[in-house]
Design a protein around this ligand. Sequence first.
Ligand SMILES: Cc1cc2nc3c(=O)[nH]c(=O)nc-3n(C[C@H](O)[C@H](O)[C@H](O)COP(=O)(O)OP(=O)(O)OC[C@H]3O[C@@H](n4cnc5c(N)ncnc54)[C@H](O)[C@@H]3O)c2cc1C
Length: 338
Amino acid sequence: MKIRENVNISTLTTMRLGGAARYVIEVETEDDVPEAYTFASERRLPVYVLGCGSNIIGRDKGFNGVIIVNKIMGMGIYSEEEDGRIELYANSGELLDDFVKYSTDLGFSGIEALSAVPGTVGAAPVQNVGAYGQDISQTIISVRAYDVLLEEFVEILKTDMELSYRHSIFNSGKTVGRYFITKVVVGLRRGELKPPFYNSLQRYLDENDIHEYSPDTIRKAVRAVRESKLPDPAEIASSGSFFKNVYLTTDEEIKAAEAKGIPVWDGGKIPAGWLIENAGLKGMVFHGMRVCDKASLVLINESARDYADLDAARKEIIERVREKFGYTLEQEPMELGE
Ligand SMILES: Cc1cc2nc3c(=O)[nH]c(=O)nc-3n(C[C@H](O)[C@H](O)[C@H](O)COP(=O)(O)OP(=O)(O)OC[C@H]3O[C@@H](n4cnc5c(N)ncnc54)[C@H](O)[C@@H]3O)c2cc1C
């Protein structure tokens, strides 16, 4: 267990904003986890859990508490059936992309569309990570987690996680901050996926004359599509999608949107990227934050001096979309600090 003091949140997050955290503890084993919480409680400090910080925005005054950074590594086969099903596990500090590669190298299908999503395995159920037609709710079976309230390790089954679009018990309601996820188990199948695939993925497959859909082929295709339009967090500061898609729930709302020429997908989804692009904001820079010109949903921190700049940029973008289309966009990444 490594303990550091006064570490800037900007160095721990891909948006690269945020003041100092009082303590940062890296945990490398399950046993480190209760120890790190004890360290915090002995000092009466709050705790925040971080993976790669790719869905977290740090605020300027920092965090007078303990950030626990997850480095618990390891993955393998949990159980294997004769009918082609397999359960794989990854400890939560593993990169999700490494876990996907592990599964596709073994020839199993179910999480290949999540290739190249930045971040750790442990964060995947938190916002029900999803991309190119798959999300983790389709394959996750259970997690093992340290329950801060009971002060013991527990198993949580998928049915108890309340997974839906960008939502789970881990990021919503009274259970926020209660669980430190240490292991994730997914159930996969041997064999190929069947087309049609998600629009941009299908386009790539067609354009490249690819008609073999092994998990590894789909993984490579997803990586190529993502590389062509999404910023690499190692080089460009962003949190990926900055706003959530808009979901309409009634027929009246859907008819009203379609009457205005707004695309409604899958029975109720308005892509937030479409709203931003069609509000004329693609490529524009607000207070040092650029609306990515290849993917309008992504905000890039080009030269924002601090969180206040991001806040001002966010307000302008939300206002411009509301003025043009009448929808209020909601932010996807969570925030840390004051
Ligand atoms: C360029 C880019 C592209 C992206 N594309 C996608 C995409 O296609 N689809 C998508 O869904 N997301 C995407 N994201 C967002 C991000 O990759 C995911 O949200 C990812 O799951 C975050 O992982 P992380 O380890 O960085 O989590 P962090 O940002 O460190 O944490 C995210 C949340 O999870 C909690 N958390 C983290 N680890 C644990 C744990 N072990 N136990 C309990 N709680 C935990 C944190 O407290 C926090 O609330 C993208 C981000 C970037 C920068």
